[in-house]
Every structure is written in structure tokens, then in C-alpha cells.
Design a protein around this ligand. Structure first.
Ligand SMILES: Cc1ncc(COP(=O)(O)O)c(C=O)c1O
Length: 390
């Protein structure tokens, strides 16, 4: 009989290199394979599964909602959409929301809003080494040859500013700028934190020239950094926050959130989606927001994240030839190695611990927000063994 991986090769376009584990089910921070092996999952479906797997409150909310109605179309407004969005706006301190299905789709809507408000001539800037998604607008913002090559022509009037370069920022941002968008912590790019100096300069230039400042918080938002959104660490206020991944509790959901000053840019019919803001996704998302912001998870992530980072820094001292840098905040951490990270990630997987290798040399650690000190200690001990046996 063919394995799933063998069948995969026959059935799908070859866009993914799949992890060779046949998953049976998930339970909390663990994934369980068809042989009953339990894997500590510090990968979290790439920052989606904030509450881990099969969280009882999500299971209950999803079952209840699908029993009422699974989909109604956005011709209707539903109680679940309203309840979810009230909480999302409250915890993000924003004024208006558009609900989409995914991160890339929320970015596309954001680009449309920027164009409509600022006109077609002005340029939208992102940062080098960024990742904003795979659809055309988002891919054009994603300033990496690996993702763009072969797909030209890309969307016009998009430019890139060198990551953390004040000089390049001052050179490019001005009266012809429509918007600047960045991830406060670059995820796919290797857990790179935008510097405080750079952030403050963007805000200063935004206030001078009136462009739109967008935070792509798709990966680092909804409590992952130990704050609701990373910009709170700096006390700055983006004009638009884009979010997705964790907000659907494992179901597809994305959103872009605006300040009051942008609330009238779109009029009826200017933007829309069939599935965006799906009621079942919103029901699950509401549970995520309650657990993270109302039931104490955020505070735990902040506290445990500091501990996790400190322990990784101790490993850096112990293995200076292997570890080049430790970066990130909360439960979004990166360990940059002096060599390709895939070997360590594989050695850890063989010990039933999962994380992700990104941008060649970086181990990207994205535990579910429910991960405890004990889970972190287990992760650290397996990482240490893998480094020792390298
Ligand atoms: C920062 C950031 N922006 C955008 C995206 C795209 O989101 P999606 O894969 O849901 O389209 C991602 C996905 O990894 C991301 O990390």
C-alpha cells in the first residue's frame, strides 16, 4: 500500500516539501502520528494554532456554530461576526475591520484601500527580506527574489526599503509615498526585529508626509509577541493592522483593521469576499481572543517568552561555534546558526520535537500560546542534545 507521501507525489502540484509524519490527530501542544508517537509541536501550523490542537472551547464553539449555519454570505451580518469583531477591534484599539480568509487576501485588500485613498501614482514601500504572501500584490511587496522570480510583471508602483536602513528610508519616504508596510518581526525572513530607531523614523515621516503606515501582524500578532501586537512595545500607532493566522483558531480567517481616518475609503461594492469572515471561523476566533486577552494567556506568553529567550541565550554561550544569534519576542523566537538549520531541525524531529528552519540558517520557534514552562524546558533539552551531537 502506498504511503501518504507517495500518494502526495501523484496527486498534487509539487509546491511543498512535506514533513514525513503521517498525522493522526492533535492534542494540546502535541501532534500524534498514526503509530501513536507524540510530537511536541513548536511549529504550531506556522503560528496558527495559538490554542494548540482540539482545544475543547474551540471544538464546542465550532460545533455549535456549524449546527446553526456554516455560511451565510456577506449579504447578511451575523451575531458571531459582530461579537468577534467587537473583541478584535477592542484588543487592537482600531476602529473598523474588513474580514478576509487569509493573510495574503487581507494584504490585497489593504493594497486596494491604499491605492484608492492615495491614488495610483504614489508608491507603496515594504522592506527587504520581507514576507507578505503569495498573491500578486502581496508577492510584489515580498522583497525576495526567491518568491518573485519568473512571475514578472509585478504590481507597479511598489518599492522596497532596505531593512533597518534609516538612510534608505529617508531617501525613499516622502510626498510621493502612499504607504510603508512592514512586519515588526520578520517571520519567514528569519525572526528579524525592526529597530526602534527605524520604527520611530517611519512614524516621524508618516506624520510629516501623511502616508499610510501599515503593520503586517499576520504572524507576530494576537499575543504571540507577549503583547497584543508588537507595535505596543514601542507605543506607536499604525494606520492599518493586518492580521490572520492565529485569529481563526485553526480555521481560515484574516482581517485588516483601520483607524477612524480610513473608515470611509471603501464604499459599498468596492471590496468584498464570499467566504471572508465565515461564521464558523469567527466563532473559533472569538474563543482565541477570549483565551488570549481575557483568560490570562497573554501574560503567560510574556513571562514564559522572557524565560525562553534567556535560556536560548545561555545555549548561545554554551555553543558559541553553533549559535550566532538569538532573536524575537514572546513565543516568536529565532536561533540563527552558523550553518544550515535543517540538520538540527531534523535531529530534533527524530526526538519527537518540531520546529521550523527558515531563511536557511534560522531555527524558527513558534510554540502554541498554551505552551507551558515544562514544554519549553523539554524543547530546550532536545535542542541542547541536537547541538551537542552536531
Ligand atoms: C508576515 C506575513 N504576512 C503575510 C503572510 C501570508 O499569509 P497567508 O499564508 O495566510 O496568505 C504570512 C504567512 O506566512 C506572513 O507570515
Amino acid at each position: 500500500m502506498k504511503t501518504l507521501l507517495e500518494k502526495e507525489k501523484e496527486l498534487f502540484l509539487p509546491t511543498y516539501s512535506r514533513i514525513p509524519i503521517e498525522v493522526e490527530r492533535g492534542e494540546g501542544v502535541y501532534l500524534i502520528d498514526t503509530k501513536g508517537e507524540r510530537y511536541l509541536d513548536f511549529f504550531s501550523g506556522l503560528a496558527v494554532n495559538a490554542l494548540g490542537y482540539a482545544h475543547p472551547k474551540i471544538v464546542e464553539a465550532v460545533c455549535r456554530q456549524i449546527g446553526r449555519f456554516g455560511h451565510l454570505s456577506n449579504n447578511f451580518i451575523t451575531d458571531v461576526q459582530v461579537e468577534f469583531t467587537e473583541k478584535l477591534l477592542k484588543y487592537s484599539k482600531m476602529s473598523r475591520a474588513f474580514l478576509a480568509n487569509s493573510g495574503t487576501e487581507a494584504i490585497e485588500g489593504t493594497i486596494k484601500l491604499i491605492r484608492l485613498k492615495m491614488g495610483p501614482e504614489k508608491k507603496i514601500y515594504s522592506l527587504t527580506n520581507s514576507f507578505h504572501g503569495r498573491t500578486y500584490g502581496a508577492m510584489t511587496l515580498t522583497a525576495r527574489e526567491k518568491y518573485q522570480k519568473g512571475f514578472e510583471p509585478l504590481v507597479p508602483n511598489v518599492g522596497h526599503i532596505e531593512f533597518n536602513s534609516l538612510k534608505d528610508l529617508e531617501k525613499k519616504a516622502g510626498k510621493d509615498t502612499a504607504a510603508i508596510i512592514f512586519e515588526f518581526i520578520q517571520g519567514e525572513g528569519g525572526i528579524n526585529e525592526v529597530s526602534e530607531e527605524f520604527i520611530r523614523k517611519v512614524v516621524e515621516l508618516r506624520d510629516r508626509y501623511g502616508f499610510i503606515f501599515v503593520a503586517d501582524a499576520i504572524q507576530d500578532g494576537i499575543g504571540r509577541s507577549g503583547k497584543a501586537f508588537v507595535h505596543e512595545y514601542y507605543g506607536v500607532e499604525p494606520d492599518i493592522i493586518v492580521t490572520a493566522k492565529a485569529i481563526g483558531g485553526g480555521l481560515p480567517l484574516g482581517a485588516f483593521l483601520t483607524t477612524n481616518s480610513l473608515k470611509d475609503v471603501f464604499t459599498a461594492g468596492k471590496h468584498g469576499t464570499t467566504f471572508g469572515g465565515n461564521p464558523v471561523s469567527c466563532a473559533a476566533g472569538k474563543v482565541v481572543l477570549e483565551e488570549v486577552f481575557e483568560n490570562g494567556l497573554l501574560e503567560k506568553v510574556l513571562e514564559n517568552g522572557i524565560y525562553f529567550r534567556q535560556e536560548l541565550l545561555k545555549l548561545k554561550e554554551e555553543f558559541p561555534e553553533a549559535i550566532k544569534d538569538v532573536r524575537g519576542k514572546g513565543y516568536m523566537l529565532g536561533v540563527e546558526l552558523n550553518f544550515e538549520a535543517s540538520g538540527i531541525v531534523k535531529a530534533m524531529r527524530d526526538r519527537r520535537v518540531l520546529s521550523n528552519a527558515t531563511n536557511i540558517n534560522v531555527i524558527r520557534i513558534l510554540p502554541p500560546l498554551i505552551a507551558t514552562r515544562a514544554d519549553i524546558d523539554l524543547y530546550l533539552s532536545v535542542l541542547k542534545d541536537a547541538l551537542k551531537n552536531k
